[in-house]
Design a protein around this ligand. Structure first.
Ligand code: NOJ
Length: 546
């Protein structure tokens, strides 16, 4: 929300909408925390993910006092504040890098990764490529060395093997925790450490058989991350990602968080397999509090694909650890559009039901609650460097970053001036004002479900167990969430046809607490078999005999 009508969302704009997020009553969304993408000073080559000052708010978003007010107002409403920790790299305009770059003898030279060129042709030190386009090395004329950047050349990588860097970042973490921030999302944490002898990465093609088998088995498709991250690099990040020292760094972070009880961290750690990613929770839960499992963002619309994916993740997680679940974010096509077809709305409700009933913390991307769709932007409208480089092969990430749709007006109620990105499609029907008065809308469903969830211990902290039934397992994904005295069965029918579901136990009796279809009669007691309509999802409360 833009409060000063310059076309860019800002902190005062967010403050004015906190009551929408949680005013303590059931007419608000009822969320408990906000993860903010970075609002620190940045020249914006990668939209805030290139920070030039970790301790200041970028003036476009407001003043430091606005941030303090936001923190206070959020806390008043029991909303926790999570900020983005982007410390694999800084901006090339960060004073640390400016100093590092100024001379080979600068005291900060070793804060970044500088290397000589190779051979007569002065080629880059190795074959590493950055995730957006081209080599991961940029030649610096002045000091005649290459520096490393896993993303844009305007995002030089910090040298995490340098203890001074670890200390400086630790200070940044403490700085925000001292102000009362509740936690951090850790940007690309699997990239922090690099192979000490900087070996060449194997080419993607050498592993193509493995990749293909995996893609087929997992039923993922070559969209999203594959395009965004693998296609531009065409190599396997064997030596510039997931190095063992990463665990040490995360343990260091965790010990800082432990000094501030009640704080948390959620990692953006991507990788090939669930075990690898789960390892960043630490062998004794002493690293990340949570990590996203990105595979769930790349599944086909198949009940079994979702079931298998969650089972894999649940199995890989060390005991006592806590998942983070998201179906959309600022880097990938919005889920409603990924699964778009004429049944979009029904699918959106099914996804929301799943998101809010899986074990762990659900992350709703702004606008997901109003089924905001991906915008199709022309090349002229794009801002994201990825889109600008790869258009039309890949249109970048702007399509999921368009202004929040508060109403059906010209700029969707986001701003009175033309916003920095155009508004998305269908804003007349998909906006907060329209949908909050419609009891059958996704927004009303989401509010109801979030508030209902708060009163169901089995959803908040219960065990997860998926059930498989030969007859309906292809079409339905269903799982139990259970505490000592509460047993819930969540059933999601991914198909268009009616499906019969069997509650566990021959004489099981249940009651439907909520359905994605607003016309289901919730009164009758349910016995086996329970019939789910096409694309219907339900929470059944099972009688436990107590
Ligand atoms: C991951 C972030 O989510 C993405 O938006 C950003 O471009 C890269 N990290 C680089 O910081």
């Amino acid at each position: 929300m833009d409060s000063n009508n310059d076309g860019i969302g800002d902190l005062q704009g967010i403050i004015s909408k906190l009551d929408y997020l949680n005013n303590g009553n059931h007419d608000s969304l009822g969320i408990d925390a906000i993860w903010f993408s970075p609002f620190f000073e940045s020249p914006d080559y990668d939209y805030g993910y290139d920070i030039s000052n970790y301790r200041e708010i970028d003036p476009r978003y407001g003043k430091f006092s606005d941030f303090m007010q936001l923190l206070e107002e959020a806390h008043k409403r029991n909303i926790k504040v999570i900020v983005d920790l982007v410390v694999n790299h800084t901006s090339h305009l960060h004073p640390w890098f400016l100093e590092s770059r100024s001379s080979r003898f600068s005291p900060k030279r070793g804060w970044y990764i500088w290397k000589d060129g190779q051979g007569k042709k002065n080629r880059p030190p190795n074959n590493w490529r950055n995730h957006f386009f081209g080599p991961a090395w940029t030649w610096d004329e002045k000091t005649e060395q290459y520096y490393l950047h896993s993303f844009l050349s305007e995002q030089p990588d910090l040298n995490w093997s340098n203890p001074e860097v670890r200390e400086a970042v630790g200070d940044v973490i403490r700085y925000w925790l001292d102000f009362g921030v509740d936690g951090f999302r850790l940007d690309v944490a699997h990239h922090y450490s690099k192979d000490p002898i900087m070996r060449n990465n194997p080419l993607f093609f050498t592993g193509w058989k493995d990749s293909l088998v995996k893609v087929l088995l997992d039923r993922t498709f070559l969209a999203g991350l594959m395009k965004l991250f693998a296609l531009p690099t065409m190599q396997i990040g064997k030596y510039n990602q997931h190095q063992p020292e990463t665990h040490e760094i995360l343990k260091g972070f965790r010990s800082i968080f432990n000094e501030y009880p009640g704080t948390t961290s959620v990692g953006e750690i991507m990788g090939d397999n669930a075990e690898l990613i789960a390892s960043y929770y630490g062998s004794s839960n002493d690293e990340l509090h949570m990590n996203f499992y990105f595979e769930i963002l790349h599944l086909r619309w198949k009940a079994a694909a979702f079931r298998r994916c969650i089972e894999r993740w649940e199995k890989a997680l060390p005991s006592g650890s806590w998942p983070a679940n998201a179906l959309s974010n600022h880097d990938i096509m919005r889920a409603v559009s990924r699964y778009n077809n004429k049944r979009g709305d029904k699918r959106a409700r099914l996804l929301m039901l799943m998101l809010l009933t899986l074990r762990g913390t659900p992350f709703i991307y702004y606008g997901e609650e109003i089924a905001m769709k991906e915008a199709k932007l022309s090349r002229e409208e794009l801002r994201d460097p990825v889109g600008l480089k790869w258009y039309p092969l890949h249109k970048g990430r702007d399509g999921c970053r368009t202004p929040m749709q508060w109403n059906g007006g010209k700029y969707a109620g986001f701003s009175k001036s033309e916003p920095w990105l155009p508004v998305g499609p269908d804003i007349k029907s998909y906006n907060v004002r329209e949908m909050e008065s419609d009891l059958q809308s996704l927004l009303s469903f989401t509010k109801k479900l979030i508030w209902m969830r708060k009163g169901l211990p089995a959803l908040l902290e219960g065990e997860y167990k998926s059930l498989i039934d030969k007859a309906s397992g292809r079409h339905c994904y269903y799982y139990l969430r259970e505490t000592g005295d509460q047993k819930l069965l969540i059933c999601l029918n991914f198909s268009l046809r009616r499906q019969e579901i069997y509650m566990p136990g021959r004489n099981a009796v249940g009651r439907v607490l909520i359905s994605t279809l607003y016309d289901r009669d919730l009164k009758p007691a349910i016995t086996n078999p329970f019939v789910l309509e096409g694309l219907e999802g339900c929470i059944l409360k099972l009688q436990t005999g107590k």
